[in-house]
Design a protein around this ligand. Structure first.
Ligand SMILES: NC(=O)C1=CN([C@@H]2O[C@H](COP(=O)(O)OP(=O)(O)OC[C@H]3O[C@@H](n4cnc5c(N)ncnc54)[C@H](OP(=O)(O)O)[C@@H]3O)[C@@H](O)[C@H]2O)C=CC1
Ligand SMILES: N[C@@H](CC=O)C(=O)O
Length: 429
């Protein structure tokens, strides 16, 4: 059988593992696909760079454009990352009728529409399972297995680097900087870790997930995003003392009336008894709640070369089979009449620690301010005395707009010296 020729764009953390797996499992892959795969070329930025895998120098090139448009190339795997030149290269490949497998969540979340359109007009496949949650099969279940259900909510840990950092801070008391350095050494962090720690990476993944879950087109710009850079060892320790753990969560949820959905990424306190609390190191876990299926949970390695390459290879097999069968995978489904609502309409609970004056009547005035904004208090604790006097409050569910207005009001109260910490609470309602 004639081999299917594969062009690989990028030979870094993920690309080098793709080459290893293609080589080590060549026989099995050929049997599963029905034809052998052959590496046609590997595009990189620096030819002389030392790599994690030995690559035949004759395959290496810095001319990615020439590689993706070669007539003999059937499938292009893009693991360069970023917006350009990845977008132009993918569009060029799709326009020439090639199929594309990519792990590039940043690009899909910024301009997925252009890529899907190029796939449609070029009649090729665009597969991207590796773009969210590394090795975990999540997008295919959303796109295919749950296509007949009504997804209500997706809630999960989708960034390995931040989970690694928060887990190390929680379990060993490590500083943020030390934990980040370890995550970088282990190959979890993006080339620029800002994408991880400021929540951009998780926001891109949330946009992709929300698009599939709600059959809508969602871009990263529509995702409310907060990172973990402001979280201190003290925040982690006090959450721990109260029986909570801090996680960076991605939450895609339909509104109560079902007419819109919210997509957000932010740190949140979750009870230690919650299944997501036990997700350690760089592992990811995602809950999906669908009307008929009920609750489903996906768990596994969300980052790293080999786990991500596993998802890339799964897509490679799928698009290769499609090419041999002369067919394409399912189209992007963007038929739902739903759109993302602003963060202010999202309903959440909140944990607030206030440094307050040690005077009689403080609690009553603070409680009155919450009531003015229709935010009801679930629990309140008074701690410390004098300069250490604090009120620790957990609210019932309220809109984010009402919670923000309450925080603004608290800042103006003369008896509140400072808002020591404020964090959303998820998973115990
Ligand atoms: N690392 C991970 O755990 C995961 C990564 N991903 C995604 O996978 C993709 C790749 O990530 P990763 O492997 O970590 O990234 P790396 O930075 O390790 O590798 C990027 C590769 O792209 C090459 N490259 C960069 N610019 C160009 C260019 N202009 N032309 C040709 N080649 C170029 C680099 O070449 P050179 O080697 O010469 O510098 C390098 O080989 C990204 O989209 C990322 O978001 C998804 C899930 C997990
Ligand atoms: N930097 C990302 C890699 C996978 O997407 C992460 O840490 O999850």
């Amino acid at each position: 059988m004639k081999p299917l020729k594969v062009a690989l764009l990028g030979c870094g953390v993920v690309g080098s593992q793709v080459i290893r797996l293609m080589h080590e499992q060549a026989g099995d892959l050929a049997a599963r696909i029905g034809a052998p795969l052959e590496l046609a070329g590997v595009a990189v930025r620096r030819l002389g760079r030392k790599r994690d895998i030995e690559v035949d120098p004759a395959l290496l090139t810095t001319d990615a454009e020439a590689l993706v448009t070669r007539d003999d190339v059937d499938i292009v795997i893009e693991v360069i990352g970023g917006i350009e030149p990845a977008r132009s290269l993918i569009v060029a490949a799709l326009s020439k009728g090639k199929s594309v497998v990519t792990a590039n969540k940043a690009l899909l979340a910024e301009d997925g529409a252009t890529l899907h359109e190029a796939a449609r007009t070029g009649n090729g496949d665009l597969y991207f399972e590796a773009s969210v949650a590394g090795a975990i099969p999540l997008l295919r279940p959303l796109r295919e297995s749950l296509a007949g259900d009504h997804v209500k909510r997706v809630l999960g840990i989708v960034n390995g680097t931040t989970n690694y950092i928060l887990d190390k801070m929680d379990s060993t008391g490590a500083s943020f900087t030390d934990a980040l350095e370890e995550a970088q050494t282990l190959g979890y962090a993006e080339a620029d870790p800002t994408a991880d720690i400021e929540g951009f990476d998780a926001a891109a993944k949330a946009a992709i997930v929300a698009g599939l879950a709600f059959h809508s087109r969602v871009t990263a710009a529509e995702v409310h995003r907060e990172g973990i850079t402001d979280i201190t060892a003290t925040d982690v320790a006090s959450a721990k003392a109260m029986g909570y753990v801090i996680k960076l969560l991605a939450i895609c949820a339909r509104s109560d009336d079902g007419r819109s959905f919210g997509v957000r990424v932010h740190p949140a306190m979750i009870p230690r008894s919650h299944p997501l609390a036990g997700v350690r190191e760089a592992y990811n876990a995602v809950f999906v709640e669908a009307e008929s299926a009920g609750q489903l949970m996906f768990y596994g390695k969300g980052a790293g070369g080999a786990p991500t390459a596993s998802a890339v290879l799964g897509d490679l097999v799928a698009v290769a089979r499609n090419r041999l069968a002369g067919t394409r995978g399912s189209e992007e489904s963007t038929y739902a009449d739903l759109s993302a609502h602003p963060m202010g309409e999202t309903v959440t609970r909140c944990h607030v620690a206030l440094d307050v004056a040690d005077k009689p009547g403080v609690l009553a005035r603070v409680a009155d301010l919450f009531a003015q904004h229709d935010v009801s208090i679930q629990t309140v604790r008074q701690e410390g005395h004098g300069d250490d006097a604090q009120l620790v409050i957990v609210t019932h569910r309220a809109t984010d707009a009402a919670l923000s207005a309450t925080m603004d009001g608290l800042r103006d109260l003369d008896i509140v010296r400072a808002i020591a910490s404020v964090m959303r609470v998820e998973g115990d309602d």
